[in-house]
Design a protein around this ligand. Structure first.
Ligand code: HEM
Length: 466
């Protein structure tokens, strides 16, 4: 007897909701293993067989994948207390701290998120624009010095990583910790690598000398740096702090322990995600015919030459339309979070399917970003698809673009990441010729953060003439 590819959804008389389709049980152990190591091919394969919503696993390890744009809109609008982020599979708390907003629920989450959201107010973000352009210029200057008049293969992923970290440290702490950004980056490296290791290796234990113990020590070293800064701010309060930590301390709503966990969270959540997206941008922008010169022309027009003493503000950012569309198209096809987890705290119905309490819901920006109903020729990289879109498709495309989530638990760093990616690609396109070594799109790697395998080793040369 052959096992059917999928079970037929069974209507539930009480609600009219169906059970999710799922692959045969015998295939599940292998699928579960793969989804936690190399998620994208499995997500695509199962979506092709069952549609963009299906279940996996059983018992305490049961999951529901939600990649249907209409169902996602429903999910993001549902009461937040129907879901839990502090669930048994959330390994992030070990690194970012038990009081981080990322693992908090209910009133704790509301209370902890509010001051962080205030710290990311538009006025403060706009104040960071000149700093982002300035740090990008400094990073480009270092690349040009390294090129020494030649063209050379440079890993633009590494260039982007230290730049993104510098920007994060300056926006979180102002200039005070700018000189220590490399040290802070090094302290975050082991915890980030640990989070990408197989789940079994992350089993909680207190054994000294192990990776887990070393990660704990790294976190203590990060805490000591943050504590120093909190003490400094209490001793020298500022009326209008431009940095996030200053805002959190001045706000007075959170305890020092809570502030420390939010700061570690903001570095952790913003560093790898933004630098991974930037490296996908280097690949896609350099592989797409004619895009690099167009980005350069737009940036020349809007930003002017780096030797001009211009201070850029929100108007310049808004005028970088092609750079912004390039960032939107990159994050559509390569969202940093391929799936994002939350647990159903009660029985819920999403997209007409019943999802029982205790199920881990993996909502997928990857599946929604490649949905054929929402996007014409979804695998084609085309930043111009956002210009005058087909009105019939527009509404669906709007709800299918979710690389930063939506609703009450959306990404707090969305505006910052969008601003960084737009300004950085614009300035780099202006000042460097960047050529991809191949026309093949690299394989993605990473369960927590999706990045191109092998980084972004590009052939780089300084722009010849202005
Ligand atoms: C390209 C860059 C980024 C991407 C793709 C991204 C993506 C996401 C997504 C999808 C979520 C929501 C997950 C869910 O529904 O549970 C999220 C949440 C979050 N992000 Fe980002 N993020 C990025 C950059 C940043 C940056 C720069 C920061 C901070 C400086 C940040 C801070 C956060 C925080 C604190 C949350 C948790 C919000 C909450 O639970 O209330 N992210 N991010």
């Amino acid at each position: 007897m052959t096992t059917p590819m999928t079970t037929t959804p069974t209507p539930t008389p009480a609600t009219g909701a169906k059970a999710l389709p799922h692959p045969p049980l015998r295939r599940q152990p292998a699928l579960l293993r793969r989804i936690f190591t190399d998620p994208q091919p499995v997500l695509d394969e199962l979506a092709a067989a069952h549609g963009p919503m299906y279940s996996l696993g059983a018992g305490p390890v049961r999951m529901a994948v939600v990649g249907d744009p209409v169902a996602l809109r429903e999910l993001f609008a549902m009461p937040i207390d129907d879901f839990k982020w502090g669930h048994k599979f959330n390994v992030l708390g070990f690194v970012v701290g038990a009081q981080s907003i990322i693992v908090s629920d209910g009133d704790d989450h509301r209370r902890r998120r509010a001051p962080v959201q205030t710290a990311f107010a538009r006025r403060r973000l706009n104040g960071w624009i000149p700093m982002i352009v300035d740090r990008t210029d400094a990073a480009i200057d270092r690349v040009i010095a390294d090129l020494d008049g030649n063209s050379k293969q440079i890993d633009m992923y590494e260039v982007g990583r230290s730049l993104v970290l510098e920007i994060a440290i300056r926006s979180l702490f102002g200039e005070r910790l700018a000189a220590r950004s490399e040290e802070i980056g090094a302290l975050f490296q082991r915890p980030q690598d640990y989070l990408e290791s197989p789940a079994v290796k992350q089993f909680p234990h207190p054994i000294p000398g192990t990776k887990r113990a070393k990660v704990r020590a790294d976190r203590r070293a990060i805490d000591a740096i943050i504590d120093d800064q909190i003490a400094h701010l209490r001793a020298h309060p500022s009326d209008d702090p431009l940095d996030v930590l200053g805002s959190l301390v001045a706000d007075g709503e959170l305890s020092d322990d809570e502030i420390r966990d939010q700061v570690a969270t903001l570095i952790g959540a913003g560093y790898d995600t933004t630098s991974a997206s930037l490296s996908w941008m280097f690949w896609r922008a350099s592989q797409t015919d004619g895009l690099w010169p167009r980005l350069r022309a737009e940036a020349d027009d809007v930003l002017g030459s780096p030797t001009e003493e211009r201070t850029h503000g929100p108007k310049a950012l808004a005028a970088l339309d092609l750079a912004d569309r390039t960032m939107r198209e990159t994050t559509r096809l390569h969202p940093a979070g391929v799936v994002s987890p939350r647990e159903a705290a009660v029985d819920v119905v999403v997209g007409g399917y019943r999802i029982p309490e205790g199920t881990l819901i993996l909502w997928s920006a990857h599946l929604a970003g490649r949905d054929e109903r929402a996007w014409t020729d979804p695998l084609r990289f085309d930043p111009d698809r956002f210009v005058d879109p087909d009105p019939a498709q527009q509404a669906l495309a709007d709800i299918a673009w979710v690389p930063f989530g939506r609703g009450v638990r959306n990404c707090i760093g969305f505006a910052l990441a969008r601003m960084e990616l737009t300004l950085i690609i614009a300035r780099i396109a202006q000042r460097l010729d960047v050529t991809a070594p191949t026309s093949d799109v690299p394989r993605p790697v990473g369960m927590v953060v999706n990045r191109p395998t092998g980084g972004a080793p590009m052939l780089v040369r300084a722009r010849a003439a202005w």
